[in-house]
Ligand binder design. Structure first.
Ligand code: ZN
Length: 357
């Protein structure tokens, strides 16, 4: 336990000293290592999902590692935070046991299991505990054994200010630029995608997820949900979930109803928290990089949810400026769900405009 607290502290120290802690630019892995890489992937199937690999999935994960597009940390995250693994780890002690098996290569001892479980029960996010395990000597050794670049995951300091950038209506042609910028600054954001665009940009969806960012649900065709029946609302939401799950192995966990329009029926059918905003940049109206930057920097404060649209080029330019600038001003850039996790949580069917301390 003490060692991992140290590991967590080390991750935190590293993220303060070197803002660029994300290492997805990886060494090229020689083709002749693909056998070992495949063994690493098959091991994750057993240790996180409790089953043998399916051919299609194993081939996909293996090629991401061999091409250098993903690190060992990225792939372990993909497995441990997949819908399939989440369903098997609803309680925190089951989650800790998976972490021990997958990341440390052994069963959890009783003391370790109890400490980590109570740490999580006290409200610490799973993603932070995962980041600590990535940094452990054991996982470093496992990656070395299979000839894989380990990489890092973000660590969020619960005691420092944080805000959530949110991008609606995409993905668009320049969304990947925002993702790269976030990744190279050790930052994250939430992308509320519409199904019509998600279908066209499945590679971008996968890229968003691999970068540790979040994908939210913004309906299939950007419809006003308050005008639909319960069954049609359900259809709008589940269609997007299916598209996102097919591309990334994981559905959406937060909903932003188009226009922020919702009623009792929408709330009842949503099946996830409804996320509004506290800063409306009105970027869709101004189409101005400078006006978008000003609207954020002029009023930003701890716990804000910031609304932008990644389908507009001036907004992309504003985001590329704002990401390092908000960090310079002391803000950690987190996903909506991370922000909620640190600030009291979010309930399914409830609407949130911000998450203040
Ligand atoms: Zn929208």
């Amino acid at each position: 336990m003490r060692r991992f607290i140290k590991a967590l502290a080390a991750v935190m120290a590293a993220s303060i000293a070197f803002p660029v802690v994300f290492a997805s630019g990886v060494d090229v892995i020689a083709d002749d290592n693909s056998y070992n890489v495949r063994q690493f992937v098959e091991r994750l199937y057993r240790e996180t999902l409790g089953r043998e690999a399916d051919e299609e999935g194993a081939a996909d994960w293996t090629s991401r590692l061999v091409s250098g597009g993903s690190t060992g940390a990225d792939v372990a995250f993909g497995f441990i935070f997949s819908d399939e693994c989440r369903a098997q780890t609803a309680d925190n002690s089951a989650f800790v046991q998976v972490l021990y098996r997958a990341m440390l290569g052994r069963e959890a001892d009783e003391a370790g299991l109890n400490s980590w479980t109570s740490f999580l029960n006290a409200g610490h996010p799973r993603s932070n505990v995962f980041a600590g395990f990535v940094n452990s000597p054991e996982f470093t050794g496992i990656c070395a054994e299979y000839g894989i670049t380990r990489g890092n995951r973000r660590y969020v300091d619960p005691n420092r200010p944080m805000v959530a950038l949110t991008f609606d209506d995409g993905p668009g042609p320049r969304t990947a630029e925002i993702v790269s910028c976030l990744q190279s600054h050790g930052a994250a954001a939430t992308f509320f995608v519409v199904g019509m665009n998600a279908e066209r940009y499945t590679d971008t969806l996968a890229r968003i997820r691999r970068a540790g960012c979040e994908i939210g649900n913004h309906t299939y065709d950007h419809t006003n949900l308050t005008r639909l029946s319960a069954a049609d609302i359900q259809g709008e939401i589940s269609t997007v979930n299916d598209i996102v799950r097919a591309a990334t192995g994981m559905g959406t966990t937060v909903l932003r109803p188009p226009g922020g329009n919702h009623n009792e029926t929408v709330d009842a059918v949503a099946g996830m928290p409804l996320i509004m905003w506290s800063i409306d940049t009105r970027d869709w109206a101004t189409r101005s990089t400078q006006a978008t930057i000003n609207s954020v920097l002029g009023s930003v404060r701890d716990g804000d949810i910031i609304l932008m649209h990644d389908i507009y080029s001036p907004t992309v330019d504003a985001a590329l400026y704002l990401i390092p600038e908000l960090q310079n001003r002391g803000y950690q850039l987190v996903t909506v769900s991370e922000l909620a996790e640190y600030r009291g949580g979010a309930q399914s069917g409830c609407a949130y405009r911000s998450f203040r301390r």
